[in-house]
Write a protein that binds this ligand. Structure first.
Ligand SMILES: [Zn+2]
Length: 113
């Protein structure tokens, strides 16, 4: 899952691929989240999802703004906020999302999203 950054040299957006965060920092977040997508519980195709989107002022590399999400949840979520995506999942899958927000709060240590 690529992250779009603005080049400090050219001022133009570019896809930073997976290199925007160090492998060590990425691994630490996966470990914190028990190598499971916080949305669906999958352990396959893990990516990092920004809890507060970059364009809404979320920090790029802060562990307190990153959660583990599988590639299918992350791409389905697109530009939705976490709370919007929880509501979307409730409608689409009919599943209870009661545990989702508390799970994210527990992982990142704050509820300001
Ligand atoms: Zn998932």
């Amino acid at each position: 899952m690529g992250v779009i950054l603005i080049s400090s040299k050219t001022g133009k957006p570019y896809d930073a691929g997976s290199k925007w965060i160090s492998p060590k920092a990425r691994k630490a977040i996966y470990e914190r989240d028990n190598h499971c997508c916080l949305y669906c519980g999958s352990s396959k195709g893990l990516t990092l999802d920004h809890v507060i989107a970059r364009h809404n002022g979320g920090e790029l590399r802060a562990a307190s703004n990153l959660i583990t999400a599988c590639v299918s949840c992350n791409s389905e979520k697109q530009d939705l906020t976490v709370r919007q995506y929880a509501a979307f999942r409730r409608g689409k899958y009919g599943e209870s999302q009661a545990g989702l927000i508390p799970r994210i709060v527990a992982a990142i240590g704050h509820r300001s999203f």
